[in-house]
Ligand binder design. Structure first.
Ligand SMILES: NC(=O)c1ccc[n+]([C@@H]2O[C@H](COP(=O)([O-])OP(=O)(O)OC[C@H]3O[C@@H](n4cnc5c(N)ncnc54)[C@H](OP(=O)(O)O)[C@@H]3O)[C@@H](O)[C@H]2O)c1
Length: 354
């Protein structure tokens, strides 16, 4: 049995689900691959646990239970991410996998240090891959860095892009509906519901980020499309994208409560756009699209009876998949799938790199 040390940054929804999946699948992973993931460190934004011999499953269960209940992680005060990696290295931990399931920016120095020390990286956090090309390029075409869950929440999007790139196919475009939250909003607006009412429901059901502007701005979708474009071989920057926000600029800086209260100011404009599309036999969907020249993220008209208007899809239009693009359809978000994508990356790293 090969013990693989694991360091996990982020104990939110995805991080907790991942830890539970590691615990639940121990015997299956041992039987099929002879690996044992030894979690040596877990960190949230303020605290961490570091046990070079590995935290026990009962210690891990207690820690994720505390976080799920809204309590602090319970460990000691956390050093910076970079210092944390240095401390793990100094303790003699070798061939570890660093997991980034935070949503935070600025993880690059820690990731770079971990790579320098021969560690593998598995991320659901999109920000390192969507940063400036100068820093992000080291993470592309790098066998030690896996990021399946950055796009499509665990569906094999990155794996498919890698496969098409490996067989030297020529990409023409990548596109898809990449936000479950915005998909929900479009379907509700199509039914004639006011934007503010649909948004209040989405927030109440926990479909949105705590600040719904993080979804409505389109920035998260843009990061996903940028990552797909870069996987297709195009050295694009965020500035190469036109991004349509679904809220007015004057609501950018107010509190979340005030934003929700004033969100009805978008009702009439969006209702008209959805009604106009309907009158043309079309529907509006929030779509991200990228070609070698850049991308566009926003509401786009689709034929009402086309599969794309009615499915959660991501598609690649390439030289080989020209008349009939390669399409991946299915739930593209959710804690179980996203954490599963990270666990799959950890197994691939263990299998291929160590
Ligand atoms: N949820 C999904 O369906 C889904 C799908 C695809 C991709 N993702 C991506 O997966 C990542 C995690 O999503 P989530 O839903 O689990 O987010 P979340 O619930 O907001 O959890 C984020 C976690 O990261 C921690 N964190 C923040 N800054 C940190 C730092 N510097 N070092 C260590 N930990 C830090 C937070 O700590 P505190 O607890 O102390 O605040 C929290 O535990 C995000 O990048 C998200 O975009 C999520």
């Amino acid at each position: 049995m090969k013990e693989i040390p694991v360091i996990i940054f982020g104990v939110g929804g995805v991080g907790r689900t991942l830890i539970q999946q590691i615990i639940d699948s121990r015997s299956a992973i041992a039987n099929s691959n002879q690996y044992h993931f030894k979690v040596v460190a877990i960190a949230d934004s303020t605290q961490w646990f570091f046990v070079p011999e590995g935290l026990s499953d009962s210690e891990l269960t207690t820690a994720i239970g505390r976080k799920a209940a809204g309590n602090p992680l319970g460990g000691s005060q956390r050093p910076s991410a970079e210092k944390l990696i240095s401390m793990v290295v100094a303790a003699g931990v070798e061939n570890a996998i660093v997991v980034d399931v935070t949503a935070t920016g600025g993880m690059e120095p820690a990731i770079d240090l971990a790579l320098e020390k021969g560690y593998g990286i598995a991320l659901a956090n999109k920000k390192p891959h969507a940063g400036p090309w100068e820093t992000a390029q080291a993470y592309y075409n790098n066998g030690a860095v896996r990021h399946e869950s950055t796009v499509g929440g665990g569906e094999p999007i990155i794996a498919s892009l890698r496969y098409l790139s490996d067989i030297n196919d020529t990409f023409y475009s990548c596109e898809g509906q990449l936000s479950g939250t915005l998909g929900f909003m479009c379907r509700e607006l199509q039914k004639g519901r006011p934007f503010s009412e649909a948004l209040a429901e989405a927030k109440g059901l926990g479909y949105t980020e705590p600040d719904p502007r993080d979804d409505l701005s389109g920035e998260d979708v843009m990061r996903k499309v940028l990552i797909m474009g870069r996987m297709a071989g195009w050295q694009l920057e965020q500035s190469d994208f036109e991004v349509e926000s679904l809220y007015d600029a004057d609501l950018a800086d107010c509190s979340v409560a005030e934003f929700m209260e004033r969100s009805s100011q978008m009702d009439a404009g969006l209702a008209k756009r959805f009604a106009d599309a309907k009158a043309n036999g079309k529907v509006l969907r929030y779509v991200g699209r990228v070609t070698e020249n850049g991308g566009k993220v926003g509401l786009m008209e689709l034929d009402a009876d086309s599969p794309m208007a009615n499915l959660k899809y991501i598609q690649f239009h390439t030289e080989l998949y020209d008349e009939e693009p390669m399409m991946i359809i299915g739930a593209g978000a959710g804690l179980g799938m996203t954490a599963g994508g990270v666990l799959g990356d950890m197994i691939s790293l263990a299998r291929e790199n160590f």
